[in-house]
Every structure is written in C-alpha cells, then in structure tokens.
Design a protein around this ligand. Structure first.
Ligand SMILES: [Zn+2]
Ligand SMILES: [Zn+2]
Length: 140
C-alpha cells in the first residue's frame, strides 16, 4: 500500500465503481477505435458498407459475426476506390477469398482485353487503308 500513489487509493477502496470503470474503459476503446477509423478516410467506406449491407459474403454466402468480421472486406464493384456513393451501390461485402478471386479475375479480364485489342488493332490497321481507298474508288 505504501508504494501506491495517492490517486490509486480511490480505485481500490470503492469496489462498486470498478465495474463502471471497466465499462468506461471498454467504451473508451471503442470510441478511440471509431476515431482512428474516421482519421483514415479510406477505411470509412468499409464501416459504411458493413452498416448498409448484411454481414454475408455476396459471392459465397459465408456469414460473419463480430469475431471474424475482419475477414469480411468491402469490394468496389466498378473497381474504382474513389467511387463511394453513400447509398452503397458501388460496395459489395466479400470474404477475403472471394475478394481475392474477384480481383484476380478482373486483372485477367483486363489482361485479355488488352491482348485482344492489341491483336485486333494490328491487322485492322493493315487492312483498313486499302479498303478505305477501295471505297473511295467505288464511290467515284
Ligand atoms: Zn466469399
Ligand atoms: Zn475489391
């Protein structure tokens, strides 16, 4: 007791206050967590989406509780992270696996799009000019 600073005496003597103290510290933790989320604007949309949409993966239907909610991520349907409409229409709650899958599919899609564009552009460029000239000749 002699080592304890005077202000600690209050907590040890009044036992009734201890539960409220614990509750208050838990509240403080939640509040500070919410504050840190607000600080980083980027994380804001996840909170909002989790509030709007059910805690279920939109792809595989896996359900989430408070315990594993960190594994439920928010996906941008148009893959544009700057597009965050308040109604949540661009957000989709996805589990980390389906989210990963969605992104690798999108990257593959982009890659194949690029490939087909490159493939098509070359022969077109080669055949277009003669055809255009032919058209001009026929119209004359
Ligand atoms: Zn999933
Ligand atoms: Zn995503």
């Amino acid at each position: 007791m002699a080592n304890n600073p005077p202000y600690k005496k209050k907590g040890t003597t009044t036992k009734l206050n201890k539960t409220t103290d614990q509750r208050n510290s838990a509240m403080e933790r939640i509040v500070s967590m919410a504050r840190s989320d607000n600080d980083s604007r980027a994380a804001g949309y996840r909170e909002k989406s989790l509030r709007i949409h059910p805690h279920v993966c939109a792809k595989c239907g896996r359900e989430f509780s408070q315990d594993n909610l960190t594994e439920l991520t928010v996906h941008h349907k148009d893959h544009n992270h700057d597009n965050n409409p308040e109604d949540g229409s661009n957000w989709e709650n996805l589990c980390i696996y389906c989210h990963d899958n969605e992104h690798s599919r999108y990257t593959e899609f982009l890659a194949s799009e690029r490939q087909t564009l490159e493939k098509e552009e070359e022969p077109e460029a080669a055949t277009h000019n003669p055809f255009a000239d032919l058209g001009k000749l026929l119209n004359k």
